[in-house]
Design a protein around this ligand. Sequence first.
Ligand SMILES: *[C@@H]1O[C@H](CO)[C@@H](O)[C@H](O)[C@H]1NC(C)=O
Ligand SMILES: *[C@@H]1O[C@H](CO)[C@@H](O)[C@H](O)[C@H]1NC(C)=O
Ligand SMILES: *[C@@H]1O[C@H](CO)[C@@H](O)[C@H](O)[C@H]1NC(C)=O
Length: 936
Amino acid sequence: MSGSLVHIPRKKRFIHVLLAFVTVIVLYQLLVPFYTDEFDYLSYRRISDTSKANIDAFKANSSPDVIRFYEKFKYDTSLEYPTEYDLQEDFFKIKYGSNKGEYWDQVKDVKFYDSDPRLEWSVLAYDLMQGNEKSDDKIPFAWYDWIDSHDYNKLLSLKENKVDCEFLFHNAFPRDKLRLAEGEIGERLFSYDRDSYDNDKWYERAVNNSDGNVILLLKKHYYVDPSNWPTSNKLGNDGNGSLTDTMMSYDNGVATLDLFDKVRPEVYQLQARSYVINTLVHPLSITIMNSDKESYQYLVDRDSRKNIITSGRLQRFIDGHGPETPRKSIKFDHINKFKQFVESDSAKEHKVVIDEIIANKQRQSDDSMPYVVLNENDFEFDAMAKIKELEARSDDLTPHEKSYLDSLKFSTSFHYAFAPKYFLESSHVQSFKKYGNHFDKRFFNGPLIADPFQMEMRLDSLIRNYQKFVKANGLISWLAHGTMYGWMYNGRTFPWDNDADMQMPIKHLNLLAQHFNQTVVLEDPSEGNGKFLIDVSSSITTRVNGNGFNNIDARFIDLDSGLYVDITGLSVSSTPIFDIINYYKQQSKNVDVNDIKFKDPNLIEGKTDFTLQELLVEIDKDPKKYPNNAKKDVNNMIQKWEKLKKKKVSIEENLTPEQRYNMHHQLQIYNCRNFHFVNLNMINPLVKTVFHGVPALVPEKYVKVLKNEYKVSNQYGFLTYKTNSFVPEFGSWISVSDLSTLMNKNQNDPKLKPVYEPINSLKIDDVYKLLENMATSGYSLMLSTIHNALSLNAYRVKELDITYDKDLSRDEKLDLLDIFRNKVGTTLTASQKDPWLHGLELRIWNELTKERPDDCSNARSFVDNKKAYEIWDSLLKASEGSNPMFRVFTSERSPVESAMITDNLLDFNKVGSPVYLPGKSRGINIFKSDPQLLDN
Ligand SMILES: *[C@@H]1O[C@H](CO)[C@@H](O)[C@H](O)[C@H]1NC(C)=O
Ligand SMILES: *[C@@H]1O[C@H](CO)[C@@H](O)[C@H](O)[C@H]1NC(C)=O
Ligand SMILES: *[C@@H]1O[C@H](CO)[C@@H](O)[C@H](O)[C@H]1NC(C)=O
């Protein structure tokens, strides 16, 4: 690079640069007013990047690097790392404790490290390619490598002030110990409510809330040294539990054995991390994603916890560079390594292939098909037949299949009334309202919910990954409930939703269990750093609500937060219906209730097929055969049912379960375990769309499905739901109170421009005022959220424009949507940053803010203002029909002439009739009914 510089003596060069710089600034000040079209699109573009950065810096009164960093941090969701992984600084350097700032000498000396995708993927991909793991071998695994243990590591750094187990089981951390520990660590152990600990009243109350019993029974909850490790919990055969294999626990061997969540969130976080690292059983496998295209599965060693140090993986990786390679020169180019891995023999051998999905051509992966058709037989599953099939080839079952077979046998062995609760949430976490319910009990990792932005980011990653996972493996799953409702407006979930809901036909739920239950899904590291556990409940052959403990069939759980996607299977069942009554009334006339043609294949006569009343009689006959509280539980269920009947009349109340099953089968009525009913025609076909920037499926008749569940406004336009408003100009939901601050109607804030137009008919200039006000009042998050989702929103709106266009024919619409999805849909980027990368950048930004507060604050306000303008400019272009993302090169002919610019350039700006135009409120009632493009 430097060779190409013309050599000018140093002093002279400085003057040249200075002159050029001054000229540019003067020109720029003279010619262009602040942020106009000309500025951005003529002069500015012609100036080189460096000068541009210098102008920005001059304008902002900050430095170019700070501006660049902030802009990337907030307004760029691409997966670009700010720094490279540095073995010496990131791995060997001691980050906390009395030896802070020193370096560990050798790999085996390292006592703790942060899980870092650049590190983990480099060594894993290297090892897999080396063939160190043979195809039938199980690869070493430790949760520690794949979960965030940043805060937990602080405890691991303690030497003088080691905390004992009690520390993790009081409602609040014992304060004296906490202070001592933090003194040694050199920083705070946590931040949420940390200040409150210094308030005596608060602290006393918090301590008083500790559960006395758990302290008495503490032995049950933790384990101190290898000799008292209970045999039932040990990993492996040596009787020494995990600690012989991992260095990542306290030196004195304290580890959580049994979770107790009736403590404050900061306490529970560390308790639960200790549990996952030391006690939680290993997954059966890891499933490595190659985007949304395919996946590779490796079985995991479940007998010992071997992290990158104890497995020798890291040392092998380092040695692979040659014996004398200095630490600085060891490259952790994990994305390259991963790409090589994908091409390797190892990946080919481990590619996931599900024969049943290949045999069935209905599937999603064919990009030329705009829809997926579901069949009646996707909604009934014969577990008995499956058990026979698996048993017949019991010698060559994979560990996943063995576990699945056991589960089917278990699930069919009891009456539905006794299905044990499978999923556990951290619902007792204290001072946390009801929010603990949204987190898996094992993977809870702190009071994330206190930060709505972090929540949104995690959910975005979850949703994207779940969809990539199902698509890559040919599984069928579509958006449901509130998740689909959110999609309808802007292709994203509602920002206040704390989980995501997806449905699956029962057949695919079973395929999910057979091939992926207890696998850890690792996101393609060139796309993000998500890590998820697939967990399928133990009673999936039960399809009625029963005791109500198992409404959710499966979960896709984020290892770093405990948030999850809820997956429910739909199938024929005997659940009495309360829904889709009109359909039922019309259709049921033709069915003779007494002519039983179909029976639930999963019930065993005289064993699990009793009604609740019959079951009571059975229990009396032989109580020993049933659980302790069987009678009470069954009576409760009967009462619950009576109550439900009083509140809501079921049209099927007087039919027997057998008659209902038969009726539903014939009428193609399906439900999940939580009383949500659909008929096949309602959800069929599923159309392809984009959700959070990745391919997704929704029932074509989504309006009908949603109206069955919610009170859905007919209008696409400004609307308010509880405390949030959908502002179509921005394609985003904004809180009503923020919106009123930003409107500044009564000029409460002299710094903000007042907007006088009513919010539901903003002029395009008002839109700019609002954006400017966001920047002025420091609403950076709001701006970045709007900015980063602009293209997703534009995509969804164009989809609506085409779908509801009255002048296009059905075939034209289908063709257009197809090209649009394949050409524009595939170019969409994520609207949120990868959470891991965001965490890294946030730490850097916080450091920077500490060191150079003025620079940072100036950079921030400058960039926010600039982005406010850019957002506005982009909205303006969209409203004028010149959105650049809609111009695509394609050899396909457009079905409508107006869109053909040249033979191979197609402009989607020119198709569809706008359902909404900023400044020209149209208020069309598009959601009155479904577009119904496809015939059955
Ligand atoms: C905490 O408990 C002690 C002893 O039971 C009681 O004297 C004290 O008032 C309690 N403090 C608070 C703040 O509740
Ligand atoms: C278990 O750990 C103890 C203490 O570290 C050690 O003495 C013993 O040999 C170990 N047992 C086995 C079977 O590895
Ligand atoms: C999934 O795995 C868990 C843990 O092994 C097991 O309890 C459950 O029954 C399995 N579910 C299915 C459907 O295989």
